[in-house]
Design a protein around this ligand. Structure first.
Ligand code: NDP
Length: 279
């Protein structure tokens, strides 16, 4: 049998650091196999996935805009993909296509490692944003047993739909109600795309955020967003989004290449160097 191939499917996808991450694991673990970018437009996505076996692919990661389309193709979905109706990891078992959503796992594992005790005493989270990434985060916080998961978004209707993913803990509001929930927060998450390189900053007042809280951003380019810098100046522990990206990759690698990899300092440093060195 030839060495397994895997890929990250996106449109565009050149910006993805997944080949760097998986390539590092293949090399350091001495596994045969390869991992590549697969720039696939929406109209070609289904044919590409249906051709996995013929082209030697054990599976792949899926990024924007294909996560919902990936879910629609799978024969078996894990609980997270089923709840979110979106898959970011695909693999073949025989001729059956399996799909998982590992974003929530990556999010929780990053906080567990970077900020022990981050759940706080009251387990109250404030999630700003209600896009695809926020859906995974809110669902994961609900499953982790958070008492309250407040979702605030510019478009309020979307906040309501996302808050429902945390079950009874979910609560939705517009951005102007941040002052109401921030004082009781153990965790505040920037899940908007504001603060990314080339975009404006998330400009919201964090003055009511208690010092015991943890702030985390899903963005990792740049590593230190204005949101995290603001939290840090208030004495709040701040966790960047890179660890989420690294940890969400672990289950896929294990499926395709047969070994569970470890997120090491060396790997983080490698990806940081790539981010910092990018034009
Ligand atoms: P989406 O495009 O699905 O959602 C974007 C969110 O940002 C929406 O809530 C949107 O609000 C909000 N937003 C955008 N512009 C503005 C604005 N000007 N003012 C207020 N709110 C705004 O993106 P994703 O959910 O896919 O991704 C969000 C971020 O998370 C990205 O930066 C992405 O890189 C990062 N991410 C990180 C991952 C990791 O592993 N670390 C994994 C996945 C994503 P509205 O609904 O009103 O439009």
């Amino acid at each position: 049998m030839s060495a397994p191939r895997a890929c990250v499917l996106g449109w565009p996808v050149r910006q993805s650091r997944s080949p760097l991450i998986h390539g590092h694991w293949l090399k350091t673990l001495g596994r045969p196999g390869s991992y590549e970018h697969a720039e696939v437009p929406p109209e070609a996505f289904e044919a590409f996935v249906r051709g996995f076996a013929d082209n030697g692919f054990a599976g792949g990661n899926v990024t924007a805009p294909h996560k919902e389309a990936a879910f629609a193709l799978v024969d078996e979905a894990d609980a997270e993909a089923g709840a979110l109706r979106a898959a970011n990891t695909l693999w073949l078992e025989g001729n059956r296509l399996h799909g998982a959503n590992t974003d929530g796992f990556g999010f929780l594992t990053n906080l567990d490692e970077a900020a022990p005790g981050w759940e706080g005493e009251r387990k109250v989270a404030v999630v700003i944003g209600a896009g695809g990434a926020a859906r995974a985060v809110v669902h994961a916080l609900g499953r982790r047993g958070f008492e309250r998961v407040a979702v605030l978004n510019r478009t309020r209707d979307k906040a309501e739909a996302v808050a429902a993913l945390a079950g009874r803990a979910g609560w939705a509001a517009g951005l102007d109600e941040l002052w109401r929930v921030l004082p009781s927060a153990d965790l505040v998450v920037n899940a908007t795309s504001l603060g990314m390189a080339g975009k404006g900053a998330l400009d919201l007042p964090l003055g009511e955020l208690p010092e015991r809280a943890v702030a985390t951003d899903l963005i990792y380019v740049p590593l230190e967003t204005p949101f995290l810098a603001d939290a840090r100046t208030r004495g709040v522990r701040a966790v960047d989004g890179l660890g989420m990206l690294l940890h969400q990759a672990v289950p896929g690698f294990e499926r395709w290449f047969g070994v569970r990899p470890v997120v090491t300092r060396e790997l983080r440093d490698l990806v940081v160097a790539d981010i910092v060195g990018a034009p």
